[in-house]
Ligand binder design. Structure first.
Ligand code: FAD
Length: 534
């Protein structure tokens, strides 16, 4: 069913959110006993909100959502840097069950996406389920009770099921550069932008050139006195072609929702075509290379600067960046592109490899996130007390990116090898939601208490993923955040997204070790056959 959002008759602007609902919950008192809920969800980004909405739509009300911050939104709450926007068109980078006909641009801004998510939380009545300022500290599977014991910053909970939507890009990573701790100016990460730092006329250093830097550099360049962009590996940049969505088209989407579904499908299949090149390395990438080279030539007339900006690895090996204004910003007289390695940061300057020094007032790190080394897996303990981090010592992996053997009733949203270099993550999240909901339905129908994927099933899946990964562009020799410390790609799905959708369409119970409830099923419900390998 299509829902109309921002701008439509039933729209709710973010400042209309019930304030009491978005304020942090009062700290519970310390003697409080663990409260039992059926399902605990972690996070209020697309993943956490998505599963919460789907649960409600399916009649499940007994769940809480833990959020360590005091507002919803995940990525789109935290990344408030100037110019922050999606790089997958908004018609596709949104829930299929909650299309927004009023997106103002092809690639909407952070504020608009955040508003959309806040709106979803209100519209589907998710706010009363959310525990604010409730960081998950520890979750331990209790074998005897067959449930999760969860400690948050606020309370103790037990839950039959734990669904992690903590986000693959939610832990900002700062660079380890000699002397950085001695820097006396302002220093911050792009995901923790300090809006109170006035950059006007300042000497600013930008470290890192990923998807965030290409968005904020053109925004701050006109304001700063001098901008030194420290760029060791120039990214591949393609034109973004962003534009406002005309009013007539928004009205059309509003009045005839199927037209927006058609537009969404068009975008989906266009994006999906890229997988041909990335995964199977078909000639399609050669065309993209030519396009990127022509774009660089056209936008950067200075041959010296162009040489510094010419990528030296296969297109697609790192994330392809889309920008209409990055190159022109770098050609401005107040910008210097520095390709040399930073040797040292001093109190008020940066020294580079050739010994020269740049006086700096502010350092902005666009240095990405802890992806394969995030802290949460250390705090999730499955059977026999083994933590996810321990289980993943040889590299993170999960069956269908969703379940891990030895961790019953635990579901990971955007788990290992579900990331994309070419399409919308919301599509992947929705595929996983269908899988989890089908699992819940089957558990209810058969009176199951716990499901735990068989180790050999997970191993076979992981072996398949790693085998298929070998021929992909992501393994063509560059170093990227897609790879873990062992050089294994444990983040990206090595195929078409429709294949992932097909494989997660139904919960494949035969691949799970199932545990029946100890109590009798409700009348009329079939009893489970017992714990057996199916
Ligand atoms: C700047 C930027 C732009 C992006 N653009 C795109 C795009 O255009 N297209 C695309 O497909 N993807 C994009 N992504 C990827 C994006 O992260 C995903 O698309 C999606 O938003 C992830 O949603 P999520 O809910 O899984 O995680 P998040 O949005 O990161 O939400 C995780 C939530 O969990 C909470 N949390 C984490 N740990 C805990 C804990 N221990 N206890 C309690 N709460 C916790 C966090 O506070 C957060 O609210 C982008 C990412 C970034 C950083």
């Amino acid at each position: 069913m299509t829902q109309a959002f921002a701008g439509s008759d039933d729209s709710v602007a973010s400042n209309d959110l019930p304030q009491q609902a978005i304020l942090p919950r009062e700290s519970s008192n310390e003697e409080e006993e663990a409260r039992h809920v059926r399902i605990v969800i972690l996070g209020t980004g697309f993943s956490g909100l998505g599963i919460a909405v789907r649960l409600k739509q399916s009649g499940y009300e007994d769940f809480v959502v833990l959020e360590r911050a005091a507002d919803i939104g995940g990525t789109w709450r935290d990344n408030s840097y100037p110019g922050c926007a999606c790089d997958i068109p908004s018609h596709l980078y949104s829930f299929s069950f909650a299309l927004n006909p009023q997106w103002s641009r092809m690639y909407s801004s952070q504020a608009e996406i955040w508003d959309y998510l806040r709106h979803i939380a209100v519209r589907y009545d998710i706010l009363p389920h959310i525990r604010w300022n409730s960081e998950l500290r520890e979750a331990v599977w209790n074998e005897e009770e067959q449930c999760w014991h969860i400690t948050t910053a606020q309370e103790l909970l037990t839950a039959d099921m734990l669904i992690l939507g903590n986000g693959p890009l939610s832990e900002p990573s700062l660079p380890s550069i000699t002397g950085i701790e001695r820097f006396e100016g302002e220093l911050f990460h792009s995901a923790q932008w300090k809006h109170d730092v006035d950059l006007t006329g300042k000497r600013v250093a930008v470290v890192g050139t990923g998807a965030s830097a290409v968005q904020f550099v053109p925004q701050i360049q006109p304001r700063v006195g001098h901008l030194a962009l420290f760029l060791r590996t120039p990214p591949w940049v393609l034109p973004r072609g962003d534009h406002p969505i005309p009013k007539w088209q928004r009205s059309l989407f509003h009045v005839l929702p199927f037209t927006q579904y058609i537009e969404r499908s068009r975008i989906y299949w266009r994006q999906e075509l890229t997988a041909l090149g990335l995964v199977y390395r078909k000639p399609i990438l050669k065309e993209a290379v030519k396009l990127a080279q022509r774009y660089l030539e056209r936008q950067v007339p200075d041959p010296l600067l162009r040489a510094k900006l010419t990528p030296t690895y296969a297109l697609g090996c790192k994330r392809i960046l889309l920008s209409d204004d990055f190159y022109p910003a770098l050609s401005q007289p107040n910008v210097e592109v520095v390709s040399e390695r930073i040797r040292e940061v001093r109190a008020k300057s940066i020294i580079i490899e050739d010994g020269s020094e740049r006086e700096i007032d502010v350092i902005i790190c666009g240095t990405g996130f802890h992806v394969t080394d995030a802290p949460l897996p250390q705090h999730i303990h499955g059977r026999n007390g083994v933590s996810l981090a321990e289980r993943w010592q040889g590299g993170q992996n999960a069956y269908l990116g969703t379940t891990v053997t030895g961790f019953p009733n635990l579901f990971l949203l955007i788990g290992p090898n579900t990331g994309l270099g070419h399409n919308s993550m919301v599509y992947m999240i929705e595929s996983q939601l269908a899988y989890i909901l089908d699992c819940l339905r089957k558990m209810d129908r058969q009176n199951l208490q716990a499901v735990d994927v068989w180790p050999e099933v997970q191993e076979a899946f992981n072996a398949e993923v790693q085998r298929r990964m070998q021929g992909t562009v992501w393994m063509s020799g560059c170093s990227s955040w897609y790879l873990d410390a062992n050089g294994r790609n444990t983040t990206i799905w090595p195929g078409f997204t429709f294949e992932f959708r097909r494989r997660t369409q139904r919960f494949d119970q035969q691949h799970y070790n199932v545990q029946c409830r100890k109590t009798l099923p409700p009348l009329g419900e079939p009893a489970a056959v017992g714990r057996e390998k199916q």
